[in-house]
Design a protein around this ligand. Structure first.
Ligand code: ZN
Length: 142
């Protein structure tokens, strides 16, 4: 286990733009606001979605695409530095027209219908993503 103590520096509420890519909108926002650590919460709906499942054996992402209108039941994530730049790590849970639920690691290719966000800025700390030899992922340097 490793952890740090955090304080809340700023909080934002807003909505991302219709038809734009959800992950790109999040990334643009946190870079523009220079949020170097923090958290993300989003609800809304998408016109289509693309997310990933990390195969722990092959250490590769499988991409899942849903070309249908879906509700964003929740998208939650964190923000930390990766290669010295603010990086969002977001997981999304979606429901189709019958209430069936799908989800995974949010990828580019998810088109916004409506997306209301709350983003919290924790300010400056030493949290940074580095290569992790056991998982093949880039995890926090804790
Ligand atoms: Zn993930």
């Amino acid at each position: 286990m490793g952890y740090i103590n955090i304080d809340v520096k700023r909080r934002f509420m807003g909505r991302f733009k219709y038809d734009n890519d959800l992950l790109q909108e999040i990334t643009n926002f946190i870079i523009n606001e220079n949020i170097r650590s923090g958290e993300i919460r989003i609800i809304g709906a998408v016109k289509k979605a693309r997310f990933g499942y990390f195969n722990q054996s092959t250490k590769e992402y499988k991409f899942i695409e849903k070309n249908e209108h879906m509700e964003i039941l929740s998208a939650i994530g964190n923000i930390s530095l990766k290669n010295k730049k603010p990086f969002p790590h977001v997981h999304i849970t979606l429901a189709d027209k019958d209430g069936n639920v799908f989800g995974g690691h949010l990828m580019e290719g998810t088109k916004i219908f409506a997306a209301e966000f709350v983003i919290v800025d924790y300010g400056e700390n030493n949290l940074e993503r580095v290569d992790d030899e056991f998982t093949g992922l880039q995890l926090w340097n804790l």
